[in-house]
Write a new protein. Structure first.
Length: 293
């Protein structure tokens, strides 16, 4: 059992997760695990970063598969004896048309983070950082809710189990009043899953704040990023999209206030605040890898 520090990034064979692994390899003093549900895609991605002179490690992880979660848990426990950074980045947004297909969005973006937290949180070492890569569409979904529903989500005493019930209940209603009815159900599911993730973040922070580990858990929106998910329409590169998740993953030991928060491109926002304005500073904070090459 070693004391070497270790970071794990889910869904990091491409897109923002890949950018997060790249930046952590450059900035974090410890081993960085690029994980992927598909071993070949993951190993190819590791190889890409090795060509840049970086040394990420690889582990398979399908976030929707509990067995896969427990395999990486056992591996981390045996090899490192703990975990220092966990970035829950894996996510899907596919224009599903049926409710059943939309369920997959909630399962991947929300339920898997509940399962991963249950499995991996006991491993978190003092000063560990957890980042849930969410979306400002979660805030937008909350902003559009009826007041009585919002009050249920706002309850400070909610347990994770109660929140999960609320997420499914709300998703099954599909009655968000100001939501564009022409939206695909999958897009609605995406907003609900990210709203759930934002609330989950605050509950998980409350739960760990009771112990002495000084763990900080935050969710964030990376901005509109040029990836497969955005059909490459996003204006930020994956390195710029990685900026906020990495900033939160490396919050210093004396940071106290950014805890259980939702952070849109380095700016703390309320979970039900309508915040669709990108932070123009992000582009200047992180030079694009493309513009460097
Ligand atoms: P991509 O589609 O480019 O990448 C998503 C990653 O998640 C891929 O590596 C994918 O793997 C992985 N993934 C999907 N399902 C699973 C699973 N079951 N187990 C493990 N990995 C899985 O998306 P982005 O990089 O754009 O998105 C990353 C995160 O950022 C998501 O949570 C997304 O919601 C969020 N986000 C993105 C925005 C954007 O503008 N792009 C804006 C706001 C939030 P595979 O290759 O196998 O499919």
């Amino acid at each position: 059992m070693g004391e070497r520090k270790v970071a794990v990034v889910t869904g990091s064979n491409k897109g923002i997760g890949f950018g997060i692994v790249r930046a952590l390899c450059q900035k974090f003093h410890g081993d960085v695990f690029l994980t992927s549900r598909d071993e070949r895609r993951g190993r190819d991605a590791v190889h890409e970063l090795e060509k840049e002179g970086l040394s990420p490690k690889f582990h398979q992880l399908d976030v929707t598969d509990k067995k896969s979660i427990y395999i990486i848990k056992n591996f981390l426990e045996k090899t490192y004896g703990g975990l220092d950074i966990l970035v829950n980045n894996a996510g899907i947004m596919i224009p599903f048309h049926t409710k059943e297909e939309g369920n997959k969005v909630i399962e991947t973006n929300y339920v898997s983070v509940v399962n991963i937290s249950e499995a991996l949180f006991p491993l978190l070492r003092p000063n560990a950082r957890v980042v849930n890569v969410s979306s400002r569409l979660g805030n937008f979904t909350a902003f559009n809710m009826k007041d009585e529903t919002k009050m249920k989500f706002a309850n400070q005493n909610l347990t994770v189990k109660e929140l999960t019930s609320l997420v499914w209940e709300y998703y099954n209603l599909f009655d968000c009043p100001n939501f564009n009815p022409k939206l695909y159900i999958g897009q609605f599911a995406y907003g609900v899953s990210k709203l759930g993730l934002n609330r989950l973040t605050s509950i998980l922070q409350r739960n760990v704040s009771a112990d002495q580990r000084q763990i900080l858990i935050n969710s964030c929106c990376p901005g509109y990023v040029d990836t497969d998910m955005s059909d490459h329409k996003g204006s930020l590169t994956v390195d710029q999209g990685a900026d906020t998740p990495v900033y939160l993953a490396l919050l210093p030991a004396d940071e106290k206030s950014i805890a259980g928060k939702m952070v849109c491109e380095r700016v703390v926002v309320k979970w039900d605040e309508r915040n669709l304005q990108p932070n123009p500073q992000i582009k200047s904070m992180v030079p694009s890898m493309k513009s460097l090459s």
